[in-house]
Write a protein that binds this ligand. Structure first.
Ligand code: PMV
Length: 285
C-alpha cells in the first residue's frame, strides 16, 4: 500500500513582506512540484529526500507517525530560493497521507492540515505559499484567521526565473523588516496599494511589468534585496522584460521576469553562469 501526493511551488508576483502586516499579496502556483510517496515499513519511519535535514524530518513528523513509514521525497523546485519548496512539501505530504487513508480532501482542508508543517519551517508565515500551492492558479491572498483568498486571471506571458545561487533568508529578512516596521510603514503601504493595482492588469503585461519593477524598488528600499538580485533585475530589463523583481523573502533567492520572448534572457543568463528557466502557471484540475 502506498499513498502519493504532490504540491506545487509558487512565485509571489507582488506583495511579499507587506502581506505579513495584513496587506494583500498576489501569488501564482508554478509548474514545478514536490512529490511524496508514503509506504509502510517495519521500525522507525525513514525519510529519503534530496534535501533531508532535521527541519524536514521534524516537519514531516507532524503528519507522519515516527514509526512504521517510509517517506520518499522528490522535487524539481529549487530549495531555499523563495519558490515555496517547504509549502510544496507540506501540501504533498498531507495529500500523500490522505491518499494512503483513501480519503479525498478539498484544497481548503489541505491548507488547514499543511499550515502546521509550514509553521514548523518558518515560525509565523502568512500562509500565502501553502494557499497557492494547494489551490493552484493565480491567487489574491490576505492573511488572517481565516485567511482570505480569491482566484484571479493568470498573467498572460511566460515567466523567466533567475536563480541567484544564494539561499533566501525568510526569518532574517522578516525580522529585519520588523525591527524597523515604523520606518518601513510607508513602503509597506505602497506595496499593498500596488498589489491592488496589479490585480486589475494581470492580463496586460505592459502595465503589469512596470508594477513589478516598482515592487522591486520598494523591496530594495526596505533592505531585502541584494546587489546580485538588483543586477539580475537589470539583466532581465536589458533583455526585453516588461518587468522583473525579486520573488520571496529576499536576501538571496530568485528574480522573476515577465517577458515576451525568453530566449535572449536565457542565453544571457547562461553566459553569466546564472541558472535560469521558464515557468508557467499551474492550474488545479
Ligand atoms: O521566500 P519565501 O517563500 O519564504 O516568502 C516569504 C514571503 C514573506 O512575505 C516574506 C513572508 C510570509 O510569511 O509571507
Amino acid at each position: 500500500m502506498t499513498g502519493r501526493g504532490e504540491g506545487h511551488g509558487k512565485l509571489i508576483l507582488c506583495g511579499e513582506h507587506a502581506v505579513v502586516y495584513g496587506h494583500p499579496a498576489i501569488a501564482i502556483a508554478v509548474d514545478r512540484t514536490t512529490r511524496v510517496t508514503l509506504s509502510r515499513r517495519d521500525g522507525a519511519t525513514e525519510v529519503r529526500s534530496p534535501h533531508v535535514d532535521d527541519r524536514v524530518r521534524d516537519a514531516l513528523c507532524t503528519v507522519v507517525p515516527e514509526q512504521g513509514f517510509a517517506v520518499e521525497v522528490e522535487t524539481d523546485l529549487p530549495v531555499r530560493r523563495g519558490m515555496g519548496s517547504s509549502a510544496a512539501l507540506a501540501v504533498a505530504v498531507v495529500r500523500a497521507r490522505a491518499d494512503l487513508a483513501g480519503e479525498t480532501i478539498a484544497a481548503d482542508e489541505v491548507v488547514h492540515r499543511a499550515m502546521p508543517i509550514e509553521r514548523s519551517f518558518h515560525g509565523s508565515p502568512s500562509g500565502v505559499d501553502v494557499a497557492v500551492s494547494a489551490h493552484g492558479g493565480c491567487l489574491w491572498f490576505k492573511r488572517g484567521d481565516p485567511a482570505v483568498h480569491r482566484s484571479l486571471p493568470s498573467p498572460a506571458l511566460p515567466i523567466v526565473v533567475l536563480d541567484s545561487g544564494e539561499d533566501r533568508e525568510t526569518a532574517r529578512m522578516v525580522q529585519r523588516v520588523a525591527e524597523r516596521r515604523a520606518d518601513h510603514a510607508p513602503a509597506l503601504d505602497a506595496i499593498g496599494a500596488l498589489v491592488e493595482r496589479a490585480s486589475a492588469c494581470l492580463d496586460d503585461p505592459e502595465t503589469l511589468g512596470p508594477l513589478l519593477l516598482e515592487n522591486h524598488a520598494l523591496l530594495r528600499s526596505i533592505g531585502v534585496s541584494t546587489g546580485r538580485l538588483d543586477a539580475m533585475v537589470s539583466l532581465a530589463m536589458e533583455h526585453g522584460a516588461h518587468g522583473a523583481k525579486l520573488a520571496g523573502a529576499g536576501g538571496g533567492g530568485v528574480v522573476m521576469a515577465l517577458i515576451e520572448d525568453p530566449e535572449s534572457l536565457l542565453a544571457a543568463a547562461r553566459a553569466r553562469n546564472i541558472h535560469a528557466f521558464t515557468c508557467s502557471v499551474w492550474h488545479a484540475g
